[in-house]
Write a protein that binds this ligand. Structure first.
Ligand code: MRU
Length: 340
């Protein structure tokens, strides 16, 4: 992917006062603004209110949040306070908990004198690994799109449907579900993306914004239009991201993903999930153990009526054609191979 003017997360050393800059995703697509996070409370707030969002980016931001939290106090008590605060921000995206567990493991072994530096180094490593994992996802997913291009005789474009935003904005760079799309676009394969709006938070608008940024043809649709497009033969394959994948291949992702998987199966359309191995929770046997975030009903914008606002759903492994990770593409039943 090309260098972009607006990174999702970068370090910002303001005359010896280390912080991070994030692209405030609550302002997109209307305004692109970088804001500075200087404390772990800033990082927790940014994750909670979704200024940063998307499982991998939440994980990287939380890791930097730990480093920010040790700025003036590197004690065990402070470390625990920081880990607890960040860990309570969002429950479903396992990358958050994975990143915090990794930071805890490194920092609890580190001598107090070197703890602050160790925290920055580990956060940096998590961010860099996210970039390389997503780039590898693009490489492994590219042949799936290329195969559709070769198979298509009547269509100028490979037609991909996605849901929510699992592009570069949901990661440090490259995206997960959109990584194969960007790789195909860069390889000269004509690809068009059907972007579902993703109520109630409209992350589809973010997907449209970032596809426009690099010139990938796309069309925004209301979520409920997906079934009709599949029935009309307009979709070659579906690729979505994931917030947590259970060991049996059940996939928690943005609410509405399950309905797309059901419709895809009904129409014989391949349904892929793209996610780094850090999104697989091998301690979760099935999707039933995945905590589903319930968000504020006000997000639905309906006053004076009782509302429920589950932010994620679980797509059973049986509906998933394959999981694309930095290690390759496997049917969901085989992902325990990636455990080591
Ligand atoms: O609530 P969000 O916007 O953080 O949810 C994001 C998603 O559901 C993404 O599809 C998922 O995190 C995969 S991101 C690469």
């Amino acid at each position: 992917m090309s260098v972009t003017q607006y990174p999702t997360l970068i370090e910002d050393d303001n005359q010896g006062e280390p912080g991070i800059l994030i692209l405030d995703q609550t302002r997109l697509p209307h305004a692109a603004e970088l804001i500075r996070l200087s404390t772990f409370e800033d990082a927790a707030h940014a994750i909670r209110v979704m200024q940063v969002r998307g499982a991998p980016l939440i994980g990287a931001t939380a890791a930097y949040g730990v480093a920010l939290g040790l700025r003036n106090d590197v004690s065990d008590a402070q470390l625990d306070r920081v880990l607890d605060t960040l860990g309570a921000t969002r429950p479903t995206a396992v990358n958050l908990h994975w990143a915090l567990a990794r930071m805890a493991q490194v920092l609890k072994k580190s001598a107090l004198a070197g703890r602050r530096e160790a925290a920055w180094n580990e956060a940096r490593a998590i961010a860099r690994e996210d970039i390389s994992a997503n780039s590898a996802i693009g490489k492994h997913g590219l042949p799936l799109l290329a195969a559709h291009y070769r198979a298509e005789v009547n269509s100028a474009f490979v037609q991909v449907m996605t849901h929510c935003n699992a592009g570069r904005l949901a990661t440090v760079a490259h995206g997960t579900a959109l990584a194969p799309v960007y790789a195909a676009h860069a390889a000269g394969i004509p690809v068009h993306v059907w972007v579902s709006e993703t109520r109630p938070r409209n992350q589809g608008r973010l997907t449209a914004w970032e596809l426009a940024e690099v010139g990938v043809p796309h069309t925004l649709i209301a979520d409920n239009a997906a079934g009709l497009l599949m029935m009309q033969g307009k979709i070659d394959l579906v690729i979505v991201g994931a917030d947590r994948v259970a060991a049996n291949g059940d996939v928690a992702n943005k609410i509405g993903t399950y309905l797309k998987a059901l419709a895809a199966q009904a129409h014989g359309i391949p349904f892929y999930v793209a996610a780094p191995v850090s999104t697989i929770d091998f301690s979760c046997a099935t999707g039933r153990q995945i905590p589903i975030e319930e968000r504020d009903g006000a997000e639905l914008g309906a006053d004076g009526v009782p509302v429920a606002n589950p932010a994620f759903d679980v797509t059973p492994a049986a509906l998933v054609t394959g999981i694309i990770s930095e290690r390759g593409v496997l049917p969901p039943s085989q992902i325990t191979q990636w455990r080591s």
